[in-house]
Write a protein that binds this ligand. Structure first.
Ligand code: PLP
Length: 393
């Protein structure tokens, strides 16, 4: 037996364990010092009442012979696919419901989709980045080329004709930088992909934070994108499903490469390796799109957006550069005095009592940058930013 040698090439991810260790050490030496965590990448508000009601009803159905459901369609139930289809229509995108696939979250599908592509492809990944794109391709042994996302390009790199790639990752609004592409900028990537016979894997996990018409919620708002892009989305950040698990992936019929339909290949892959998302969870997800559900999830999203604004306003007052904060739950700030992101982490923890995430953990271009998030409570966010202001003013 030979193991997959590519696993030897994976970098150990010490980021969150190192952070936890440093915080624990500091707390044990300074038990009286309050620490506020603005590094949280998970949602904190509970599921909306409309979602809970729908799931309760579905649980009752599962307990009666007449309404019990066993294996469901691997691609998801039509009631949820239709609700998602209607949601796309609200931002001007027309899909066929059979182009929509229900998943147990964006992370799984972003990794699983690679089953459709040969190992010989070259992959283009922005740096800094959500680490899943790098690790899944490293596991498969694909060649990765990086494109710099930095202060000069506002952490929104555009295609370079001199760099050839077959698979391109784009995450907008971005984790960790919070930066979001405009329609015009995204159009350049669509043009590049169509010209170079490449595929864009578009991660729209944070589209629900977009507040204006300048930044697209879906790559399919761009003409030509159905010929070159697969889109991944999730109920995780939109409706607090991080622990409940549900997402969706769009694979348009127009994606035909080498005479093969990627939509058909994905059906084949899913029916072979996946048995669908729980009926109860899909009922809860469908409730997100009801009038009541939309009102309730928007109250939660507005809560996080208000926190993001508090952080952004504080940084504005201090003249500290940052991206995100608008159209994103993430705020990506430049460490004052060009500090290294781990030194800034230590300073913030020990002198101000705030925990964030050092940018270096997301790639080399994050060395002097730092991620704060809006997922803590309003009171804690306000308190943390008051302290931040007093310290850095
Ligand atoms: N994509 C990005 C960019 C993320 O930041 C995350 C989670 O933090 C995910 C995908 C994972 O989403 P899910 O919970 O749907 O698997």
């Amino acid at each position: 037996m030979n193991i997959n040698e590519n696993y030897k090439k994976l970098n150990e991810s010490y980021l969150f364990s190192t952070i936890a260790k440093k915080v624990a050490e500091f707390s044990s030496k300074n038990p009286d010092k309050e620490i506020i965590k603005l590094g949280i990448g998970d949602v904190t508000l509970p599921l909306a009442p409309a979602v809970i009601d729908a799931m309760h009803k579905a649980v009752d159905e599962m307990g009666k012979k007449e309404t019990f459901r066993g294996y469901g369609p691997e691609q998801g139930y039509d009631f949820l696919k239709s609700a998602i289809n209607d949601y796309y229509k609200t931002h001007g995108v027309t899909l066929d419901i059979n182009e929509i696939f229900i998943s147990d979250g964006a992370k799984s599908d972003v990794g699983n989709i690679l089953d459709l592509f040969s190992k010989d492809n070259t992959v283009l990944i922005p740096d800094p980045v959500y680490p899943v794109y790098v690790d899944t391709n490293t596991m498969a042994g694909r060649k990765i080329v990086y494109i710099d996302a930095n202060e000069e390009n506002g952490f929104l790199p555009l295609p370079d004709e001199a760099v050839k790639a077959d698979i391109i990752y784009i995450c907008s609004p971005n984790n960790p930088t919070g930066a979001a592409y405009t329609k015009e900028q995204l159009g350049k990537w669509v043009e590049y992909a169509n010209k170079n016979n490449a595929i864009i894997l578009y991660d729209a996990a944070y589209e629900c934070f977009i507040d204006d018409d300048v930044h697209p919620r879906s790559i399919y708002e761009i003409e030509g994108a159905k010929k070159c892009a697969i889109e991944f989305c999730s109920f995780s950040k939109m409706a607090g499903f991080t622990g409940t698990r549900c997402g969706y992936t769009v694979v348009p019929f127009d994606l035909v490469f080498d005479g093969m339909s990627l939509n058909k290949m994905w059906i084949r892959r899913q029916t072979t390796k996946f048995n669908g998302v729980a009926y109860i969870v899909q009922r809860g997800a469908a409730a997100v799109f009801t009038e009541e559900g939309q009102k309730q999830i928007h109250e939660n999203l507005d809560y996080y957006k208000r926190n993001a604004k508090i952080i952004g306003d504080t940084l504005d007052k201090l003249n500290i550069k940052y991206t995100g904060g608008k159209n994103s739950p993430y705020i990506w700030l430049k460490c004052p005095n060009n500090m290294n992101s781990w030194d800034f982490f230590d300073l913030l923890l020990t002198k101000v009592g705030i925990v964030g995430t050092p940018g270096a953990g997301f790639g080399k271009n994050g060395d002097n940058w730092f991620r704060l998030t809006s997922f803590n409570t309003l009171e804690n966010t306000q308190k943390a930013m008051d302290k931040f202001y007093q310290f850095f003013k």
